[in-house]
Design a protein around this ligand. Structure first.
Ligand code: ADP
Ligand code: MG
Length: 143
């Protein structure tokens, strides 16, 4: 099942992420794909808020993963932009997160596409400048 959402501001994307964070369940994996600056981190910030996380969330580009424990479920935020080889994910012990007690959200997940389980929920964010600078088309495919 695939749904398309359209947002016209970062706040709307945040709210959409928040609504998914509120419904998220243990063991779920969300992938986020879309060019730099489309709003993957904005969506993630809303998602974290929906899980009840109040501390600031930013892209863990250099650390690859950031864990948050203060919400309703453990939250594992990945940004795999700097992963050169999926083997680096093994070194991080990614399976403990993917198949663990919390919820994973992975920015730039296509880079490690071969490691993503079939049941992941796939979020794709696209711009369309004809519809305005702040317009985003957000497709969410749930397995
Ligand atoms: P990414 O993580 O995909 O690289 P960010 O979430 O860090 O992108 O940045 C998205 C940028 O786009 C922010 O500066 C945000 O304010 C801006 N923006 C403008 N319109 C939107 C929108 N509709 N949804 C999300 N972000 C938007
Ligand atoms: Mg980001």
């Amino acid at each position: 099942m695939s749904k398309i959402y359209e947002t016209y501001s970062p706040e709307e994307t945040f709210e959409l992420g928040k609504s998914f964070g509120e419904k998220a369940a243990k063991g779920e994996i969300f992938t986020l794909n879309g060019d730099l600056g489309t709003g993957k981190t904005v969506f993630t910030q809303g998602f974290a808020k929906g899980l009840g996380i109040n501390e600031p969330v930013s892209s863990p580009t250099f650390t690859i993963i950031q864990e948050y424990e203060e919400g309703r479920l453990p939250f594992y935020h990945f940004d795999v932009y700097r992963i050169g080889d999926p083997e680096e994910m093994d070194e991080l012990g990614y399976e403990d997160y993917f198949f663990g007690e919390g919820v994973c959200l992975i920015e730039w997940a296509d880079i490690i596409g071969e490691l993503i389980p079939d049941y992941a929920k796939r979020v794709t964010i696209e711009k369309n400048l004809e519809k305005g600078f702040d317009y985003r088309r957000i497709t969410i495919e749930e397995g």
